[in-house]
Write a protein that binds this ligand. Structure first.
Ligand code: BGC
Length: 540
């Protein structure tokens, strides 16, 4: 099986929305197995070498499974542990690596650990979570806010204390300073890695490290009332201490390193108070430079970058210049928490972004359905599922729109389920289905498939050098990727106008384009149509 260094990318599957085999309207593990040939192995497969599964663990599903009540169990909604083992075998048989989610910061309030902890002040697991008295004036222990809206403290009448929840109140935060917690979590990691999983995406890592003084957060002077997420009304400097994170995550990485060729990817976002990209990313990359042999942070900057050649060039250039030696960048532009690529950027623009993502160094992480150009769903109020939205109506922090079911075909419910889908599908699927796009050489799917195939066939795109090359101006972002075997030139026109691009390398063949036709003016000049991107190559 390929090593991680050969992997062309990671495809995120949100299990609830991928494929339902038992007609309950929710995707399941058997559904993922059924669709593995779509991912890799067949003539019309996407051809991606690794999948990451969002949580399928036992859970009351208050936060879509990120509220875990048994880290080593599979929720009946998704199947059984035997199903998961079958998935692992079937994936590995097709040379697909399997990464799973690890949610260390919090459990569900239904987890037996929390039930014990909440049972009395002197329970032996009391200190596994973060309990505090009210202030002398009766107010909450401090002013910390929950990412899911409102206060981060929940009062427990039985023991007359508050517990901390950085997300929903049903997701109490674990106390990572407690050694028993760390040992219990190490056992969870060992459980899955010894079964054969190939790595973890590690959820919400910043919140694991709380300022032990528990002092108030300061207000954010740049907060725009009514416009920004209320969570950003404060500067959250009381989480994410480097010392603590190094200890907790270093331990996790050390455990992972004991297994052959397994990796972990940390989920976090840089501190947005930094003004320049470098001010934001230098500390971020340093913070997570914990054990680069096995551990690396996500890089989500592209999700918030304005659609301009200059912005993307600065962003990629900054990241690449800050990475040292063998550090592997993880460019991720879409996931289950963010509006979809097409909805954020537009149809043509999303194709350009896809071409960019799949021709940059490192491990690109793609979100299911983006390879079809799926857009955000419209969810009527009565169908809202996400507690973030239910608890904060109108705050626009709900994530259902980007979690709608995969669109397999034009059958009822897009071939996703024979039952009632847990989130609605668009009434008009048009050609945004796998069945339509697998047979269309100009489709979104074909674009992803072609570039993924290129990425597999040469290490130049995965691990080769990156430098800007040829025309780079306000319209065009153009770069060279190369190693001892191949030279690639990628030229991307971010503007809505035709733009001329100089190509600095000789003897190139055009091997991929986001749209046709391609107008070569001469060997060194191409006229790129609005939002057109091309990839050219030659042997080195
Ligand atoms: C996940 C979210 C989840 C949160 C709490 C994240 O960052 O991606 O979906 O709600 O952590 O676990």
């Amino acid at each position: 099986m390929d090593r991680w260094s050969d992997v062309n990318g990671i495809y995120q599957i949100y299990p609830r929305s991928f494929m339902d085999t038992n007609g309950d309207g929710t995707g399941d593990i058997s559904g993922i197995i059924k669709k593995l040939d779509y991912i890799k192995g067949g003539e019309s497969s996407l051809g991606v070498d690794a999948i990451w599964l969002s949580p399928f663990y036992t859970s009351p599903m208050v936060d879509g499974g990120y509220d875990v009540s048994d880290y080593c169990g599979v929720d009946p909604l998704f199947g059984t542990l035997a199903d998961f083992k079958r998935l692992l075998d079937e994936a590995h048989r097709r040379q697909i690596r399997v990464m799973i989610d690890f949610v260390p910061n919090h459990t569900s309030d239904m987890h037996p650990w929390f039930k014990q902890s909440a049972s009395s002040r002197d329970n032996s697991q009391r200190d596994w979570y973060i309990w505090r008295d009210a202030n002398p004036d009766g107010s909450e222990p401090n002013n910390w806010l929950s990412v899911a809206g409102g206060s981060a403290w929940q009062y427990d009448a039985k023991t007359n204390q508050y517990y901390l929840h950085s997300f929903l109140k049903e997701q109490p935060d674990l106390n990572w300073d407690n050694l028993e917690v760390r040992q219990a979590m190490k056992a969870v990691i060992d459980f899955w890695l010894s079964m054969g999983v190939d790595g973890f995406r590690v959820d919400a890592v910043r919140w694991m490290a709380k300022d032990r003084s528990f002092t108030d957060n300061l207000p954010n002077p740049n907060y725009r009332v009514g416009q920004d997420d209320p969570y950003h009304s404060q500067i959250h400097t009381r989480v994410g201490s480097a010392d603590q994170l190094r200890t907790y995550l270093g331990d996790i990485a050390a455990t992972v390193e004991q297994y052959d060729d397994c990796i972990i990817i940390f989920e976090d976002y840089p501190d947005f108070s930094g003004v320049t990209l470098e001010e934001r990313y230098r500390p971020y990359l340093e913070l997570y430079d914990i054990n680069p042999r096995v551990a690396m942070p996500f890089n989500f900057e592209g999700m918030f970058t304005a659609f301009r050649a200059t912005s993307f060039r600065d962003f990629v250039g900054t990241i690449q210049s800050l990475l040292t030696d063998e550090r592997i960048p993880v460019y991720c532009l879409g996931n289950h928490d963010q509006s979809r690529l097409v909805s954020r950027f537009g149809q043509q623009q999303a194709r350009l972004i896809a071409m960019m993502q799949l021709t940059l160094p490192g491990l690109p992480v793609m979100y299911y359905g983006d390879e079809l150009g799926m857009s955000d769903g419209h969810i009527k109020n009565e169908l809202i599922q996400d507690s973030f939205e239910k608890n904060n109506p109108g705050a626009s922090i709900g994530r259902d729109p980007e979690r709608t079911p995969m669109q397999w075909s034009r059958d009822v419910s897009a071939g996703f389920t024979k039952g009632v889908p847990w989130l609605p599908l668009p009434t008009e699927l048009q050609d945004k289905t796998v069945a339509d796009q697998q047979t269309d050489r100009t489709s979104f799917f074909a674009l992803y498939k072609n570039i993924l195939a290129l990425r597999s066939s040469t290490s130049a795109l995965r691990r080769g050098a990156y430098e800007t090359s040829g025309t780079n101006n306000e319209h065009i972002f153009s770069y060279k990727r190369s190693d001892k075997d191949y030279v690639f030139i990628v030229a991307l026109n971010f503007s809505d106008q035709t733009a001329e691009c100089q190509i600095s390398e000789p003897n190139l063949d055009i091997i991929a384009a986001t749209s046709q036709p391609i107008s070569m003016i001469d060997e060194h000049t191409v006229s790129l149509r609005p939002y057109q991107g091309i990839v050219m190559a030659r042997r080195a």
